[in-house]
Each structure stands twice: as C-alpha cells, then as structure tokens.
Design a protein around this ligand. Sequence first.
Ligand code: NAD
Length: 421
Amino acid sequence: MLPRQRANILRAWYDECQKNAADLATLITWENGKPLADAKGEVTYASNFFLWFSEEAAHIHGDVVPSSVPGNRVTAIKQPVGVCGLITPWNFPAAMITRKIAPALAAGCTVVAKSPGETPFTANALAELSRRAGVPKGVVNFVTALQNTAEVGETLTTDKRIKKVSFTGSTNVGKLLMKQASSTIKKVSWELGGNAPFIVFDDCNDLDAAVAGAIACKFRSSGQTCVCANRLYVQEGIYDKFAEKLAAKVNDFKVGYGFDDGVTHGPVIHDRAVSKVDAHVQDAQKKGGKVIVGGKKLPDLGPNFYAPTVITGATGEMDLAQEETFGPVAGLFKFKTEKEVVELANDTDVGLAGYFYSGNVNRIYRVAEALEVGMVGVNTGLISDAAAPFGGVKESGFGREGSKHGIDEYSVIKSITIGAK
Ligand code: NAD
C-alpha cells in the first residue's frame, strides 16, 4: 500500500477508538481494575499512537548520499522490516499494544500480537476496531495465550517468518526472549522493567507540586506502571515536611472497585502482586523503616487490594530499593547532597525513567544529563506522550516507541549504489 493509504487506515482506527472510547475504558477497568477515569485516560493515550503514526506514515524519507567513488550514485531507502511479533503486558491493556502496532503498520509491516493473558479482551476489542477501520485481512493478527504463553513466545521469537520482535514486560522475560530471538538474529526492541528515582531537592519551587508529582508518578495504576517512581529521595531540609504532606494526601485516597464513585485507586493485578508488595513492606519494617500510612492488605475489599503505603527511613539495603515493587508503596530516602543522590539514583542495573524537582536551571541540566535513564521528568510526574521517545537504557532495554523514532524500530535501511558506468 502507499504510505498515504496506510496513514488513512491508521487515522480511521484512531477515529474508531474515539467513537468507542467509553466501551474500551469499561473493558480496561473490568479486566485490569484501574479506576474508570484512569482507563479513559489510557484510551486517549492509546489512540494517540494511531493519530501520531498516521501522520508519520507519509513521511518515511531516505537519503541521497554523496559517494566516495567518482561517478557512483548512492541512495538509502527505508523499507518495512517484515512480519513483527509483538508481546505486551497487562498494565496498559490498550496502550502497550497500540504503541507497537501503530508504528509497525505505518512502516508497512504486518503483525502477530500476543495479548496479555490477564487482559485479552481489550486486545480483542482493538482487533474488532481494526476490522471496522479497514485494516486488510491478515495484516493485524492477535493470538491469545494463557497456559501456553511460553510456547507462543518461543514461536514468535524463533519462527523464521518473523523478522522483528518487540517486547514490553519484565527484564527477566526480556532476557529469555532475547536469547530465543538470537537463534535467527531478529531485529528486536525491549521495553523492560524500571526502578525510577524521584528526587526532591530543597530548592524546588513548590513542595505541594512535588507531592502532587510524586502521587501521580508513584500511585497511578496503584504503582503498576514501568515508569512509576520506585525510590523517592528527599533532601534532608524538607524531608519531614514532604513526608507529612505526602502521607496526608495518600490517606485521602479512596481504594476500591474501579467503577465505584469517587474511587481513586484500584486493586493490584493478582495475589502474587499483593504478596510481593507485602513482602517489600515487611522487609522495610524489619530493616528500620516506619510505615506512616497504609502497610496492610485490605481483605474486606478483595484478595487483590493493598493499602497505599508511605514508609519513612528507607535505606539502600531494603528490597524496595533494589527491585521494582510494582505496587502502591512509596519508600522515602533522605539525602544530603546532589552528588550523593545522583550516585544513589544511578546505583541500579536498570534505567527507564527518572524524575526530580528543582527550581535551579543549572541543576536541572546537570542532573537531567547525569541520570542514567532513557526518560527524565523535571518538575512533573507524568512523562508519557505519543510525541516523546519512550524507552530505557541499561537492563531496561533498548529501542524507542512513539515519536519520530518509533517507526525506525520497524524499518530497515537499504543502500543502493549505482556504478558510474
Ligand atoms: P512479564 O514479563 O511477566 O509479562 C509481560 C508479557 O510477557 C505478558 O503478556 C506475558 O504473558 C508475556 N510473557 C511472559 N513470559 C513469556 C514467555 N516466556 N514468552 C512470551 N511471552 C511471555 O511482566 P509482567 O509482570 O506481566 O508486567 C510487568 C513488567 O513489565 C514490569 O517489570 C514492568 O516494569 C514492565 N513494563 C515495562 C514497560 C516499558 O515500557 N519499559 C511498560 C510496561 C511494563
């Protein structure tokens, strides 16, 4: 198809998502549990990838290259990589899928997407909307898997017909899939786990804004986003005040079923997640941390609910400092100097997102450049935007989604040299 035809289909898919936004949000809340307002926000974010890449599809340019050989003419063209295998997690049942499918189709690829076992219905709804948008038969294919996830993953990462694998999920599964994909040297991109530092310097202009940023970035989706703050570093002069304000706000959360009025925070995804969150809280308490709000399961609401928690006196030896909790627990670490906190922030094998609050423009550049992460939020706790490159460094993976770079993950560059004679 011509790029413009692909663009028109992606635009039609965007329109279908907009028309059916309320139904998509309902499905997301049903199967993921996040509050309906958050689910609506996800639908907007998810559909924006169709809009963004409908615009990019018509602008895939190559290069005319000055040759080193007299008389030769060299051009470089971009071509679709081929059939793509896509594997996504349950925490954003729509957006993780559209962030991959939209650039793949824009580039001219076809896809086989394995939907998450926990949230297959949103993926099925997107499939139906692709049909209504006019995506030709066979271009977008969804596979569901529950018991046989590993088997489907093995096929997608080893079958010769698949030329590219894009995976979003945990670092451990990413490492396994990378090994499998090496058997046929596929083009790959990995969006893996994080352990985001969230730093509040005492020169931040507005402590309340920093608290609001921490809430957005730590407790959104009950702490189950890969870019969630995981370690909150607060400078010593404002530590007590920050802790007090954060605890007061967290205490006001209404935890419950996503469809109920006024509910601000839902459950975590399953009982294994509750156990991990609880283990991190208990470990922190054993090592001297103090729970100032939350710190317990909420069995009256259901087996998957955990009270949003704030812990003061967090230290680097605690499990919550070393691995992502992926749940509603904010551990507050005290620091003295910028040099110290940058070292602490970087002292981890992963590097997806990092955040800090400061009013000093020199510090803003210095710290943003020093953090070993793929994305930095300065004076904001929300960084996701279809227009901005999304991705990590270190064991958080490589490749970028969204932005003008997203399409490169699904393209290959071919150079064509025409000899002089
Ligand atoms: P997970 O790695 O267990 O699962 C992610 C997806 O991979 C699911 O669809 C799952 O069914 C599938 N999967 C698991 N084992 C597989 C295998 N052997 N073969 C093929 N597919 C397999 O991760 P999870 O715990 O469900 O999701 C949370 C993790 O995802 C966190 O670590 C989080 O940070 C990460 N995440 C990263 C990003 C990002 O953009 N970097 C975004 C969202 C989530």
